[in-house]
Design a protein around this ligand. Structure first.
Ligand code: FES
Length: 359
């Protein structure tokens, strides 16, 4: 039985003032003239609500790059969706935040690239970005918006984890998501430079354990470890086509953020076919739904309904086979490939130059 999705990630635009080397958006970005219009997004939100979606994540690129972000938020609110704005903060003024609050925005997720201007501006590739972000964070706190701070961590900043948690507390975040880079999209170009060392990962886990005890009741800490160092894969999307749906800037409906990297799947646009039909009936959504497609190793594993064989896009990126067990799994043959990658790419003294992304 297929249930309706609970959450939709609406990638309103791929435009972004930052040029982070860990960007998970596809290597080919959608240009502005191909983005859905205000009316088209409004119709998408109404369809999402009818389908059963409860939470809408307004994302990008930088969603504030859309001049109609307030209108879009109001449209989502009117459709009855809980709205979360995932933003770098660049492009948000107090006036715009007031308008978003009036439009019914429920929650803000603010990304940070580092704990000092020096590192944050270097990683984001945007001079002055850190100071602007801190101003936006102050406004968000003053206005009483529920705030999640999203800190993307990697080799260059993982040692700053304790300071990152302090910063989240100072900015009055209710939740901090410490997410180590997931290697998809553009981030794959920088895997060797961004992959933390095992020592860094062990130390980060210890920091998180200690902080969770110390800050219990004050702030929730979500920690997404770098999965190349894990024994079992992440339950990507909670299973393909089970709870989440993504819509790209031009209206292409995807089961996950990176699904277009999987050859042989064809995806439909919400302007060509109703969202409901795409969710329930399209070949792409049914390709890896449920358990019958899984390799025998996963079919017979006690973790089959825990991690759902992991991430299809990671199996594709590392093994060239989207139907294989995620190579993170310690029981899989692919694990040797992943270990060899770690050995060859993570050198103690050599860190390659970052490759920035530009639209
Ligand atoms: Fe596509 Fe994990 S990102 S299945």
């Amino acid at each position: 039985m297929v249930n309706p999705p609970l959450a939709m990630l609406a990638e309103l635009t791929h435009r972004c003032p930052l040029s982070c080397p860990y960007c998970s958006n596809p290597q080919e970005l959608t240009q502005k003239d191909r983005e859905l219009t205000t009316a088209e997004w409004t119709y998408v939100f109404a369809q999402a609500s009818d389908l059963g979606v409860l939470q809408l994540h307004l994302s990008g690129g930088e969603p504030a790059s859309r001049t109609d972000i307030v209108e879009l938020t109001a449209a989502a609110q009117q459709a009855g969706l809980y709205t979360n704005l995932i933003t770098s903060g660049i492009g948000l003024t107090r006036r715009r935040l007031n308008a978003l609050q009036d439009a019914g925005l429920d929650h803000i997720q603010l990304s940070v690239q580092g704990v000092t201007a020096k590192i944050a501006d270097r990683i984001g590739g945007y001079k002055g970005g850190f100071d602007r972000k801190m101003h936006v964070a102050e406004h968000i706190a003053e206005m009483g918006f529920p705030l999640t701070l999203n800190a993307v961590m990697h080799r260059e900043n993982l040692n700053d984890l304790p300071a990152t948690l302090e910063m989240a507390l100072r900015l009055r975040a209710r939740r901090v998501e410490v997410a180590c880079v997931q290697f998809q999209g553009w981030a794959l170009k920088n895997r060797s430079a961004l992959q933390p060392t095992r020592e860094q990962v062990d130390s980060a886990k210890k920091t998180v354990r200690e902080a969770r005890t110390r800050l219990e009741g004050d702030m929730v800490i979500d920690f997404v470890p770098p999965d190349y160092y894990s024994d079992f894969p992440k339950a990507c999307m909670n299973g393909w086509g089970s709870t989440g749906v993504n819509v790209t800037p031009d209206g292409t409906v995807l089961p996950c953020h990176a699904a277009e990297t999987i050859p042989g799947l064809s995806f439909q646009r919400v302007t060509d076919r109703p969202l409901k039909e795409i969710w329930y009936d399209s070949d792409a959504f049914n390709a890896y739904r449920g358990t019958s497609w899984m390799p025998e190793l996963c079919q017979s594993c006690e973790r089959r309904d825990v991690d759902f064989a992991g991430c299809r896009c990671q199996a594709m990126a590392v093994l060239g086979d989207p139907g294989a067990t995620d190579p993170v799994c310690m029981k899989s043959e692919g694990r040797a490939v992943l270990d060899a990658l770690l050995d060859s790419e993570v050198q103690p003294d050599t860190v390659p130059e970052l490759v920035y992304r530009r639209l």
